[in-house]
Design a protein around this ligand. Sequence first.
Ligand code: SF4
Length: 78
Amino acid sequence: MPHGKPAGVRCVQLDDADRCRIFGRPERPAFCAGLKPSAEMCGETREQAMVWLARLERETAPELAPAPRPAAALARRV
Ligand code: SF4
């Protein structure tokens, strides 16, 4: 993905069996190649791994910018 993979977006390199199409190839991102799986990360089932990943995404997500104020609220301040 030329601009990186946004959180929560399925990587375009995953095939239908959730396997990386570019595993072991030089074009695989360095981050992916450097990620070492662990028992904590993978658990014993796919479901356990997905729970861990969802928690990791929540805890590392950047804070969202405050929502823009509606025009009516801004007009009252003038
Ligand atoms: S290892 Fe990296 S490139 Fe491969 S499917 Fe996963 S996120 Fe995509």
